[in-house]
Design a protein around this ligand. Structure first.
Ligand code: HEM
Length: 546
């Protein structure tokens, strides 16, 4: 008799056929002897056993460390692994449960390979977001979470020169950049929506169509026109984001010593790099040739992020493939966050159609006064409040993006977080009655009082302004492209807010929308991410103007 176990091809079949099954009366001694001869003689099997023993040891040591911070998310008798598994699909309830029990303190939830400490005390949240990089690092946490070497390239973590470029140049050129985006946005909407629906009610997939519109709009300032209008290019940006998160997720399922092996096996980086290089390579080459000929200035020099990156990159980072990948990485930070926030907002509007007319009237008044321009967006306090309310209730996660503790940290309330752990703040502060009355109600006017008497959004409390109980853009030192010496606040939040309001204004002024029969499908909750459902649809047609 022979047994072949296809799932374990490394195991010699003799183990089962001869040494075990063929000895029905084997004694314990016989079993040990058979085991020694057939198993321990095989280097492959020994290696497998060693790896598994190491894993068990690793898990045991990790979870059995004594720690006074309360843990939530799993019944004690099942152990933290049950919590780590549950966190994949039920993080919202786990975090809410922790918040209910331990509000004002810090609690921890198990992840696959580490603990995340959830800080709920408002003072400690403030302290956490202001700690220096060498104590609490967003970069290291992002590097591990996103598995950079196998998804985006290690250079993104080792040489993040794009951050000062984003902070500095975007802030300095914000007027110009908003103008460019507002120029591209109507063209994108007309091409992607208007040409498909005309004046007939047409069902569209909200996620697909709006991500396309926002990708094209933002890429006008990332790589310029006409590249931003290439459907092949915007598809590449979308697929990069998707593949990056899937590959990163799979690698994170393995213990750290196996991650390099798995990472190398499943990385999509080379093919993504080729795809992006195919489109951006000739543009980069052309610009490099112009830089070589004319130096830093020439009459047709583009004003976009790609150009600024090329001017700031060292010789290694100037390689076209590295520039092309960095542009895709920046696309993830800009497009997917903004598009997901917009889809949440449109879903909220479709559930509350009574707000269509007020939004439309406000947009009409602002645009007839200022044109389709930045000042018009500043004169839309209701729209600002609408988006703030939408992102309060539908933040893009259940916790903010975690940071990694590089040293042991002791907060002012005495909580100590050991080095190597992750820390984040819970988005459920957004649903706390102490900070928001009737907190689960979608009330888009609730932030209106935060506008100035002349109707202009108050910069100290508008959508982009963070505080310890409004964390959509983070808080403290790094809120979505941090505050820097060259401007009052980070440009990512500004740009996002302008694009959100402009997209809504243009859509409502030129199109009618209504919900489809399927209604709003549930948001997709996955670990601490909370995205709109990719199957969200809406009905749209060109507006018949009297
Ligand atoms: C609605 C849209 C957006 C949301 C919800 C969002 C949210 C965030 C959050 C939560 C962080 C991490 C901050 C922290 O943990 O403290 C972040 C960082 C960042 N965001 Fe945004 N963002 C959006 C749009 C944008 C846009 C349009 C840009 C670029 C123009 C951008 C560029 C960045 C960059 C580069 C960082 C890293 C900052 C650093 O490390 O200094 N984001 N964003």
């Amino acid at each position: 008799m022979s047994i072949t176990l296809n799932r374990f091809p490394v195991l010699p079949t003799t183990l089962y056929a001869e040494d075990m099954l063929a000895r029905p009366s084997a004694s314990v001694a016989g079993f040990i002897s058979g085991f020694r001869h057939s198993v321990l003689d095989s280097p492959t099997v020994v290696a497998c056993i060693m790896v598994n023993l190491m894993m068990l040891y690793y898990m045991f040591v990790f979870f059995m460390k004594k720690n006074p911070t309360p843990a939530v998310g799993y019944p004690v008798w099942l152990g933290p692994w049950a919590g780590a598994i549950r966190f994949f699909y039920d993080s919202k309830r786990i975090i809410n449960e922790g918040y209910r029990k331990y509000k004002g303190r810090t609690f921890r939830v198990p992840l696959w390979n580490e603990w995340t400490y959830i800080v709920t005390d408002q003072k400690c949240i403030d302290e956490m977001y202001h700690l220096p990089d060498d104590v609490l690092s967003l970069r290291h946490a992002a590097g591990e979470e996103l598995q950079l070497p196998y998804t985006m390239g290690q250079q993104i973590e080792d040489n993040p020169y794009h951050l000062p470029v984003l902070r500095g140049r975007l802030t300095r050129h914000i007027e110009y950049l908003v103008r460019e985006c507002l120029d591209e946005l109507p063209l994108a909407i007309e091409d992607d929506i208007g040409k498909h629906c005309g004046d007939q009610w047409t069902e569209m997939n909200a996620f697909d169509v709006l991500t396309g519109v926002i990708a094209r709009t933002f890429n006008r300032i990332l790589v310029g026109a006409p590249t931003c209008r290439s459907a092949h290019y915007t598809e590449t940006c979308k697929s990069f984001a998707m593949k990056t998160s899937i590959v990163g997720f799979i690698i994170n399922l393995f213990p750290s010593f196996l991650q390099p092996i798995v990472g190398r096996m499943i990385t999509q980086l080379p093919s993504q790099m080729q795809r992006s290089l195919h489109i951006l390579g000739p543009i980069i080459a052309e610009r490099q040739a112009a830089m070589a000929e004319y130096g830093t200035n020439w009459s047709e020099k583009p004003v976009d992020l790609l150009m600024w990156l090329m001017e700031s990159a060292d010789p290694v980072e100037s390689q076209p493939e590295r520039l092309a990948i960095r542009i895709l990485v920046i696309n993830i930070a800009t497009i997917h966050t903004t598009a997901a926030s917009f889809v949440h907002a449109i879903n909220n509007l479709l559930e509350h159609m009574e707000f269509v007319e007020p939004l439309r009237e406000e947009a009409e008044a602002a645009i007839s006064k200022h044109g389709f321009a930045k000042n018009a967006m500043n004169a839309m306090p209701f729209s600002d409040s609408f988006f703030k309310e939408s992102s309060r209730l539908n933040a893009l996660g259940t916790t903010s993006f975690p940071r990694k503790a590089m040293k042991d940290i002791t907060f002012s309330d005495g909580t100590t977080v050991p080095a190597g752990s992750y820390i984040s703040s819970p988005f459920c502060v957004h649903y706390d009655g102490e900070f928001y009355s009737d907190p689960m109600k979608f009330e888009p006017t609730r932030h209106m009082q935060e506008t100035l008497s002349n109707g202009v959004a108050n910069n100290s409390s508008g959508m982009f302004r963070t505080n310890p109980h409004y964390l959509v853009f983070g808080h403290g030192k790094y809120p979505c492209v941090r505050i820097c010496h060259c401007g009052p606040s980070g440009p990512g939040r500004f740009l996002a807010t302008y694009i959100l309001k402009a997209t809504m204004a243009y859509l409502l002024l030129n199109y009618d929308i209504k919900p489809t029969a399927q209604g709003r499908p549930a948001d997709i909750l996955f670990q601490y991410n909370n995205g709109p459902n990719m199957r969200s649809t809406f009905m749209i047609r060109r507006r018949k103007l009297a």
